[in-house]
Design a protein around this ligand. Structure first.
Ligand SMILES: *[C@@H]1O[C@H](CO)[C@@H](O)[C@H](O)[C@H]1NC(C)=O
Length: 220
C-alpha cells in the first residue's frame, strides 16, 4: 500500500468519531408577553436562532396580548414559528384545543409553521386530559401537538406514561449543560429547552436535528 493511502486511512479513522459526536442542531427560543419587545432580526442574524415558540393562549379565556405582534415580527424576520398553549387541567381539554386553534395555535403546511405546543407544567394534568387535547388538536389541524414538560413533571403527573411516544414530538425542559434522559419512553427529544433565559428574551431551546429536519417538522 502506498504511504499516502495509509495516511488517508488513518485520517479517515481519526475523523469518524469527531463527526459522529457533532450532530446537527438548530437554536431557538420561546417567549410570551413577559418579553414586551423582542429584536427578532438580531436574534436571527446575530444570535443564529431559527425557530421560536410564542405563547398564544391559556385555558379558555386568556389570550397572550403580545402573541400577534410577536408572531408577525418573527415571521418577517424569517423564523420558523409556532404557538403554544398553557394547559389548565381543570377545564375541558377539547374546549382548550378549540380555543388554542381559534387564537393563533393552528397549523398550516407552509414549511414555516411548527405544530402547536402544549405547555405542561405546574399543577398536575392527567394522561386522559392530555390525550383528549392532543386528539382534538389533531382532528382540527392534522398534526399532533408537541408536548412540553420536564422529566420530573411527567414522571410525577403521568406515572412516566409512554402513551404519546409514537405520535407526539417531545419538548423536554431540562435546564442543564447536558441533556436529561428523555421522560415517558421517548427514545429521544425533538426539542430541548436547555435554559430558562436567552440573550434575546425568554427561554433557550435546541432542536435535535438539522435545519432541513426542522423544516420537515414544520411541513408534516
Ligand atoms: C437526536 O435525535 C436522533 C434521532 O433523529 C437520536 O438518535 C438522538 O439520540 C437524539 N439526540 C439526543 C441527544 O436525544
Amino acid at each position: 500500500m502506498h504511504f499516502a493511502s495509509i495516511l488517508a486511512l488513518v485520517g479517515l479513522a481519526a475523523a469518524a468519531p469527531a463527526e459522529l459526536s457533532k450532530r446537527a442542531t438548530v437554536k431557538g427560543f420561546d417567549i410570551s408577553h413577559y418579553q414586551s419587545s423582542v429584536d427578532f432580526n438580531a436574534a436571527y442574524n446575530s444570535g443564529g436562532l431559527r425557530f421560536v415558540y410564542i405563547k398564544a393562549t391559556e385555558g379558555t379565556t386568556y389570550k397572550d396580548p403580545k402573541f400577534s405582534s410577536h408572531y408577525t415580527s418573527a415571521t418577517n424576520a424569517g423564523f420558523i414559528r409556532g404557538g403554544y398553549h398553557f394547559a389548565h387541567g381543570d377545564t375541558s381539554a377539547t374546549s382548550q384545543a378549540n380555543y388554542f386553534v381559534q387564537n393563533g395555535g393552528g397549523w398550516s403546511n407552509d414549511g414555516k409553521t411548527l405544530p402547536g405546543m402544549l405547555d405542561l407544567e405546574g399543577d398536575c394534568i392527567s394522561v386522559s386530559w392530555i390525550k383528549e387535547f392532543s386528539d382534538r388538536y389533531h382532528a382540527l389541524t392534522s398534526r399532533y401537538p408537541v408536548l412540553y414538560s420536564s422529566p420530573s413533571w411527567w414522571k410525577q403527573c403521568t406515572g412516566n406514561s409512554n402513551a404519546f411516544t409514537s405520535t407526539n414530538p417531545l419538548m423536554m425542559a431540562c435546564w442543564s449543560s447536558s441533556p436529561c434522559t428523555p421522560q415517558g419512553g421517548w427514545p429521544y427529544y425533538t426539542i430541548w429547552q436547555n435554559a430558562d433565559s436567552n440573550p434575546y428574551g425568554g427561554d433557550s431551546d435546541v432542536f435535535n436535528g438539522s435545519l432541513d429536519s426542522l423544516k420537515k417538522l414544520a411541513s408534516g
